[in-house]
Design a binder for this molecule. Structure first.
Ligand SMILES: Cc1cc2nc3c(=O)[nH]c(=O)nc-3n(C[C@H](O)[C@H](O)[C@H](O)COP(=O)(O)O)c2cc1C
Length: 318
């Protein structure tokens, strides 16, 4: 469906998913994805798509995230840019992407909707999305409000969905890929793991923080606003959680604006690791190096072959 060699996708990531990372993942045989809304305008996105094309002739995608609450970005403009830029794959995420579907589908763009529940995946299927990316409770970013981990969510998706899906959230290595395949997924989507790569265009402090973190170092914030986000803990996050405890159900977005609004450039580009809350998955506990995207993907593919042939094959032969 996607024209890629290996069943590994790099999910859209705010201030991380630039052309450099998308091209590196696609050149390594996976599917790299540019984060649409990190580009301030549709024109900027057109330039980023052109830059990516200069770096790879392999397929890559663009992520369009539909967030609640904020003044709506120019989604039709971004969609038009994607089509005109010749991009063949779009990862949608968040709210219902209906507003961009007609123009994308008419152009033959394949749409992978990333969502955190079976009911949302079924909705995506019913409105014409081609595939789903199922983001379990483990995931970095927005895990939704159901708190269902992938050991349950993936087989549930396999039972219900007719469109193909990939596993997302907590995926890091060959074991993740084989487990995802065993549970009915066609492949896997990774976020946090791809930040800790040579080509990810973020400050070295971000990569070092992921390598140093264990699986115990993420926190859930903004649950009271029904906009739950899994983030790496730091001084700003501890402050945010203290405010959440103090204000309880009365909390409003304005109360935590200092910890969450506009902090990504300071973290991802300047490396100020206490500037605010930034998305990170529990999978940080499985990440202890900073390989190139090619080294990472090759290692996953050869490791998966070994697990299937030797470990799983051993069960058959026993
Ligand atoms: C720093 C960061 C920023 C992210 N930004 C976005 C985003 O803008 N849009 C989106 O759809 N997903 C975003 N995600 C989610 C990822 O695309 C992916 O679904 C998630 O990271 C998978 O979980 P994992 O981190 O355990 O691999 C982000 C994740 C991280 C870690």
């Amino acid at each position: 469906m996607l024209g890629i060699e290996h069943p590994i996708i790099q999910g859209g990531m705010h201030y991380v998913g630039y052309a450099e990372l998308a091209a590196a993942v696609s050149n390594a045989g996976g599917l790299g994805i540019i984060t649409g809304l990190t580009q301030p305008s549709a024109n900027d996105l057109a330039n980023e798509i052109a830059r990516c094309k200069d770096m790879t002739d392999k397929p890559f995608g663009v992520n369009l995230t539909f967030l609640p609450g904020l003044a709506a970005p120019d989604y039709p403009g971004y969609a038009k840019t994607i089509v005109e830029g010749g991009v063949r794959i779009v990862e949608t995420a968040g709210r219902n992407p209906q507003v961009v579907l007609p123009v994308l589908k008419e152009a033959g763009v394949k749409i992978i909707h990333k969502c955190t529940s079976v009911r949302h995946a079924l909705k995506a299927q019913s409105i014409g999305c081609d595939a789903a990316s199922i983001d379990g409770f483990e995931c970095g970013g927005h895990p939704g409000e159901d708190d269902i981990p992938n050991m349950i969510l993936l087989p549930r998706a396999a039972d219900e969905l007719e469109i193909p899906f990939v596993a997302s959230g907590g995926m890091a290595d060959a074991r993740s890929l084989v487990a995802a395949l065993a549970m009915g997924a066609e492949g896997m989507n990774m976020g946090t793991r791809f930040i800790a790569t040579q080509e990810a265009p973020v400050h070295e402090n971000v990569k070092a923080a992921i390598v140093a973190a264990s699986e115990l170092d993420t926190r859930l914030v903004m649950r009271g606003l029904r906009n739950t986000e899994r983030v790496m803990t730091n001084a700003a996050v501890e402050r945010l959680i203290a405010k959440e405890k103090e204000l309880g159900d009365d909390i409003e977005f304005k109360d935590i604006i200092e910890e969450v609004a506009g902090v990504y450039p300071r973290i991802m580009q300047e490396g100020d690791m206490d500037a605010g809350a930034w998305s990170c998955g529990m999978v940080a506990g499985l990440i202890d190096d900073i390989p190139t995207c090619k080294e990472l993907i090759d290692r996953i593919m050869s490791g998966a072959e070994e697990i299937i042939n030797q470990r799983l094959g051993g069960f058959l032969n026993a």
